[in-house]
Design a binder for this molecule. Sequence first.
Ligand code: FAM
Length: 436
Amino acid sequence: MATLKETLLKKIQEHRPRTTRLVKEFGDVKIGEVTIAQAIGGARGVKCLVTDISYLDPMEGIRFRGMTIPETFEALPKVPGSEYPYVEGFWYLLLTGDVPTDAQVQEVVEDWKARAQVPEYVFDVLRTMPRDTHPMTMFSAAILAMQRESVFAKKYAEGISKMDYWDPMYEDCSTLMARLPQIAAYIYRMKYKGDTPIAPDPDLDMGGNFAHMMGIDKPYDDVARMYFILHSDHESGNVSAHTTHLVASALSDAYYSLSAGINGLAGPLHGLANQEVLRWTQDFMKKLGGEVPTKEGLEKALWDTLNSGQVIPGYGHAVLRKTDPRYTAQREFCLKTPGLKDYPLFQLVSMIFEVAPDVLQQHGKAKNPWPNVDAQSGVIQWYYGVTEYDFYTVLFGVGRALGVLANITWDRALGYAIERPKSVTTDMLEEAAGIK
Ligand code: FAM
């Protein structure tokens, strides 16, 4: 059996001529144009990134390597006793585009175990930080602290061929993936659970081990597997993916790049939205004395939020124009899980799903009135006892690492250039508009 790395090399060698040919023979072909609104408006919709790891269709939602979320869950080998797949197998899929066999999944499981030992100094760095430091700051700092271990930085300094950049990048990315779950769980137990970290269990898969290190019983292992896969990738233009790609384009290694991407994920319009959703939902429930509101009461609360100039968290999306299938996958998990289905907070979230799209449509601003992934995530975490909102984005970050690290491995394999878009001045825009 070819190893993951051998398979990846074969895929890279097959793919390279396609990229080379496109640049050499078709480099002048136009795939879009840029308007003034796009230049001022966050480059929304500007087609200037290439990735084959995932594609986001505005109406259909995300496809990982061509597969929808239900297809992905269906196709990948499952952890024994669980309905959910190995995260390790998903990593294989993202990197190669192939659904792995059981044996191929086990290779990744073993490889990650061999790399999983988090160096002691990372815990020292975390312990030095004031305990009220945001867990995203801790997570990012822990990742950055490990930069000294980068194989890519070492090989680059030694003078490695461009064609081989992907290899040490793959090494760093695999090591990061193997260590992130323990770092995240350590932060959680140190910060919120009276400083009681739980040692990893080498017999468990990534999702199972994460649940174990968090100190939460089944089916939280399934929640972890589902959550990491759902949050992994959303093509290249979102803030965390784009930041990771941008920083890596300077040939900064995976540690620098991922740490930067995680900092972007920490913004309230991006990853942090999931904690905002839960805060907003619970504040609302608190005001009602813990009761699930009536639809009329909810509608009024939604309008109050909008009229006070705030967004309805968990709704809207820069690209999607329908209900996020990542929202749907989590909703289905709630519906089939006894206890969660009748959980008042889930009932409220479901009611918001019934009411908010109409309100947002009447409000007339948001281009997408439908829920995104964050409108559901917090409820599940809360139900299983992870009630510390601040930590939710760290969970998102562990998942997001899968996608962005697979992407930067391929970036180096295909020799993507350092990013350097061109800026213009406001005077130039006014000239282009014919008003100056
Ligand atoms: N509630 C109220 N107004 C909203 C809205 C919402 N949920 N979503 C968009 N709008 C407004 C938006 O603020 C903008 O108003 P202005 O013209 O006054 O600036 C207008 O509608 C047009 O925005 P858009 O083109 O529809 O959305 P953008 O592409 O600019 O922004 C989001 C996309 C996700 C940042 C935006 O929908 C939002 O702020 N949603 C709430 C926060 C959220 O859920 N973020 C999580 C996104 C998630 F997918 C993730 O990254 N984890």
